[in-house]
Every structure is written in C-alpha cells, then in structure tokens.
Write a protein that binds this ligand. Sequence first.
Ligand SMILES: [Mg+2]
Length: 235
Amino acid sequence: MTPPRTALAEVLARSRYLLFDFDGPICGIFSGLPAPTIAAHLRDLVTAEGVKITGVAATSGDPFDVLRYAATISPDLTQTVADGLRAVELRAVEVADATPHARQVIEAAHNDGRAIAAVSNNSRQAVARYLTTAGLAPLFTAIIGRTEPDPRLLKPDPHLIGQAVKELSAAPADCVLIGDSLSDIEAAHNAGTPSIGYANKPGKLERFTTVGADAVITDMAELIPHLTRRQPATD
Ligand SMILES: [Mg+2]
C-alpha cells in the first residue's frame, strides 16, 4: 500500500486545479449559527405548511436532512426550505470561523499558478459572500454552490464538480477535490476526479481511506509543502 505522504505528493503533483469543498476545508459555516438550530428552523418552515416530518429529518441536526425530506413532499416545499436555508447560510457565513491554515493553502496554491474553485452544497451566494469578505474571492476562478433547490443535484452527485470542471475548462482527472465528508469523496469518484479527505474529526481518516480517497490529511497545512512545484528552487 502506498504510504499516505507519498500519495498526497503524487495526487497534488498531477493536479493543476484545486477544488475546495467549502464547509470544512475553508470555514466552519455553522460554527457561529449551529447546524442543529438551523435544522430546527427549517423544520418549523415545513410544519408551518401543515406537513408532518417523519424519519431521520424529524430529529436530525443536519439542515440538509430537512431539505432532503422536503424534496420527498413537493417542489414547492423544497423551494421554501431551500430559500430558508439560503437565508440562514447568508447570516452564518458572517460569523463563521475560518479553518486553520485554509487561507495559507489557498494563497500557496494561487502563487503556485494553480486554478482554484469552491465546490459546495451550501448556497453559492453564501460561499461567494464569505470568500469576498475574507478577501479570497479574487483567488478563485470558479465559485460553485447550490443554486437550485433540488438536493439530488448536491454532492455526492457529480453535478457540482462537473460545473466546476467546465468553468475551469479542465479535465476531471487533472483536478483534485479536497473535502471533509464522505459525500465529497463519493462525488469526486463519481466525477472521475481524484480526492483528498480532510479528516477534521476523529474516525474520518479510516472512513475516507475505506471509500477510496486518494490521500487523507488531518490539517490543511499538510497541503502547503506540495504546492510549490512552479516556484523557482531559489525562491
Ligand atoms: Mg464539507
């Protein structure tokens, strides 16, 4: 089996385009407005329409579980919940904590001449707002996020990665997606794109390896030494 560090060096050496999942690798979007609070708010929107929530969405702390439930009911309810989620995401990014070393990674990749994209299940507007406020937006060639209510278009579906690949005029195999969820690794696999799992919580490392991430990191800073291929050796 290839040692993880060699795998990381190899996957970054052959990736001209870096695709960053947003929530996790760039910031913790729900660090200031906790996800369970948002999920409860979205449940209120559903029940206000006279719809009873059953299954995992009835108690889940993940807002996306409520969106997925709404999608099983009707397009109108899906739109209502997606709009509600976008509204809170736009507030959440204003109080979100940056991920340690994310800025340094993005700047190192940019300085190395790589094209950078965000590929997020969060609202595109919210991702753009965060990156603009952080002064990072000019370093991104593409900002891809949720623009339609249908949750089936979100990762692990390859749809969003496909959008990024198109905007970058890249080949899927020349990109690498850095994500902190199994759905990121699955989406990358479905798109024909290599992936790096960011194991920011205990237990993720083993799961990323199991689902076939090309490499796994536990700190975004681990990427930085491998993002210097185009700088002069004397620099
Ligand atoms: Mg994530």
